[in-house]
Design a protein around this ligand. Structure first.
Ligand SMILES: *Cc1c(COP(=O)(O)O)cnc(C)c1O
Length: 321
């Protein structure tokens, strides 16, 4: 992958979804396929992590740094994306990983992509963004370019703002709603900066707790930017918390894949679409409503679930046929 392919990439696909549940509610739904933004199929440098890393990679290139350092768990989509981007652009990457060295598919792949992995205790991980901790990383690793956990910083917001404008241009009008899953809220904050005022953003929380809205506010404040678009967090579809799941969630995800041929990951995408279709069924969206749902990627994480729960635990597109 070249730098030019990063700066002037074609828009990711936008496709209308046809489904009886939509026509019954009188709404239209398009999928913005950022899962297909990857330079190759199965490449974890895709989805919203691609958007969030874009301007950080360019800032690394413009500055005088030796490596990019970031943080994550041992199934982290962000770590996988950063390692892959490092391999594509010849950038040394360092991953500070929470907990023990477990051979998860994510970490195996990150190592293969050349990322140097360092494991720290859960308590040390909680303190990772403290200035004195960051100073220690600088002393140990030299002139590092630091990206916070999940990739959420002001430059990430810029990449996600671009996703909003790209979508509106591609669609030819401003949709009534733009929906997405929320982990840290960084993607939602960026979309809120880039989307026109006519669009309402609806973020489906994949984590338990009511901190997301104030975190989004903080991302906006730190970026010094205002959000023309109205945004909400929908708290009811986390299915027990981060990376937790219910049989209903999996059943929904599997039938969605069977019907539409589109894979969803259980941590983000499945919860987003499960919640969205439930709200559609409940009449949350007025007839005539035009919705764009973001497929934010995350499919590299499925292998980790299959490692723990057995193969075929999740949807396998090929096996369904
Ligand atoms: C990281 C991630 C998210 C959450 O993005 P935030 O900006 O942290 O809210 C959503 N979907 C996928 C697939 C992700 O990997």
């Amino acid at each position: 992958m070249t730098w030019a392919e990063l700066t002037s990439h074609p828009p990711s696909a936008l496709q209308e979804l046809h489904d009886n549940r939509l026509s019954q509610a009188g709404v239209r739904l398009w999928l913005k396929r950022d899962d297909l933004l990857a330079p190759a199929p199965d490449d974890p440098f895709c989805g919203n992590k691609w958007r969030k890393l874009k301007y950080n990679l360019l800032a690394f290139r413009a500055g005088d740094y030796s490596a990019i350092l970031s943080f994550g768990g041992n199934h982290s989509n962000h770590i996988a994306a950063l390692a892959s981007a490092g391999a594509h652009f010849g950038i040394p990457t360092i991953g500070i990983i929470r907990g023990e060295d477990i051979a998860t598919p994510t970490l195996l792949r990150a190592r293969k992509d050349g990322m140097a992995l360092h494991f720290i205790s859960r308590s040390a991980y909680r303190a990772k963004h403290q200035p004195e901790e960051i100073e220690k990383y600088r002393q140990t690793f030299g002139a590092i370019y630091l990206v916070p956990e999940g990739g959420s910083n002001t430059l990430a917001l810029q990449g996600c703002a671009e996703l909003a404008t790209e979508t509106v241009t591609q669609l030819g009008f401003a949709p009534d709603y733009l929906t997405l899953p929320c982990g840290t809220g960084g993607t939602l904050a960026g979309l809120a900066v880039g989307a026109p005022a006519a669009v309402q953003l609806l973020g489906f929380a994949v984590v338990k707790g009511d901190f997301l809205a104030s975190d989004v506010e903080q991302f906006l404040q730190a970026s010094g930017q205002t959000a023309p678009a109205i945004w909400h967090i929908q708290p009811d579809y986390h299915c027990g918390g981060y990376a937790r799941w219910t049989p209903e969630l999996l059943a929904f995800s599997q039938s969605f894949t069977k019907q539409h041929g589109i894979l969803l990951d259980p941590v983000y995408g499945a919860k987003h679409f499960y919640g969205l279709f439930d709200l559609i069924k409940r009449g949350y969206f007025a007839p005539g409503c035009r919705i764009v749902a973001l497929h934010t990627g995350g499919l590299q994480g499925v292998a980790g679930f299959e490692q723990r729960f057995g193969e075929g635990w999740h949807t396998d597109l090929h096996r369904l046929n």
